[in-house]
Write a protein that binds this ligand. Structure first.
Ligand code: FPP
Length: 229
């Protein structure tokens, strides 16, 4: 189901970029930029739930992000952990289902256990699904899905799609990237086949629900053709 407030979009995904530049502009440590990034996540998840969006998918940590300095990786993991600890009860109370895509089981055992618990506790919720991409890479996801499809029989676009981490989600409608970068960075490559894209110069910590509303308004004004005419 889609609501009026979401302008017909069911599934929105965001590449949250620009935390580092946000901090640099203010002569603050990068970790502060990530911290403010989490505040933007918190506010946006609440807004998505209130507007009745079915699925919000956020790119929190890519398979490539391991190449960042150890200090930054552990700051990001710490923030993720604190966010889940702080907001899990709110998800439970407000019918938000958490879903993780990517190999989260390879994260540190305490984070993997925390996520597992959050998944179980929100599994029965049927309001907004918050999908967090963690240790996620789209090529890796497609390769894993193709291998599973091959093990079961014929390899076709449908049989691969049925094995993707996102198999149970509605199709991706709108993909947003902040901070002026115009690339997909190994995020939802398969799912983006017919998605609309919306790029903004706004740095992630400055992204507000009003920006999401603007993206959705522009999305609804576009004519989607799915290859037809
Ligand atoms: C991009 O900024 C952002 C990330 C690599 C991580 C995004 C993570 C969060 C917002 C916090 C954790 C997530 C959740 C769901 C709680 P950048 O560091 O690449 O910025 P830059 O390109 O300006 O350096």
């Amino acid at each position: 189901m889609s609501s009026n407030l979401t302008r017909g979009a069911r599934h929105v995904a965001i590449i949250m970029d620009g935390n580092g530049r946000w901090a640099k502009k203010r002569h603050l440590p990068r970790a502060v930029g990530h911290q403010r990034g989490v505040e933007a996540v918190r506010t946006l998840v609440r807004a998505a739930r209130q507007m009745g969006l079915e699925v919000l998918t956020l790119y929190a940590f890519s398979t490539e992000n391991w190449r960042r300095p150890e200090e930054e990786v552990s700051a990001l993991m710490g923030l993720l952990k604190r966010y889940i600890l702080a907001d899990l009860q709110e998800f439970v109370e407000n019918n938000v289902r958490l879903k993780i895509i990517g190999n989260y089981k390879e994260l540190s055992p305490d984070i993997a256990a925390l996520l597992e618990d959050a998944l179980v506790r929100t599994a029965g919720n049927d309001g907004t699904t918050l999908v967090v991409a963690l240790n996620y890479g789209s090529q890796d996801e497609i390769a894993r899905a193709a291998a599973r499809a091959a093990a079961k029989g014929e390899v076709t676009p449908d049989s691969i799609a049925a094995e993707l981490d996102t198999a149970d989600l509605p199709p991706l409608d709108l993909l947003i990237r902040t901070s002026g970068e115009v690339r997909l960075s190994n995020f939802l490559l398969w799912q983006a086949a017919y998605a609309e894209m919306w790029f903004t110069e706004v740095l992630w910590p400055d992204f507000t629900p009003a920006h999401l509303e603007q993206a959705l308004a522009e999305f609804s004004a576009r004519e989607r053709r799915y290859g037809g005419r």
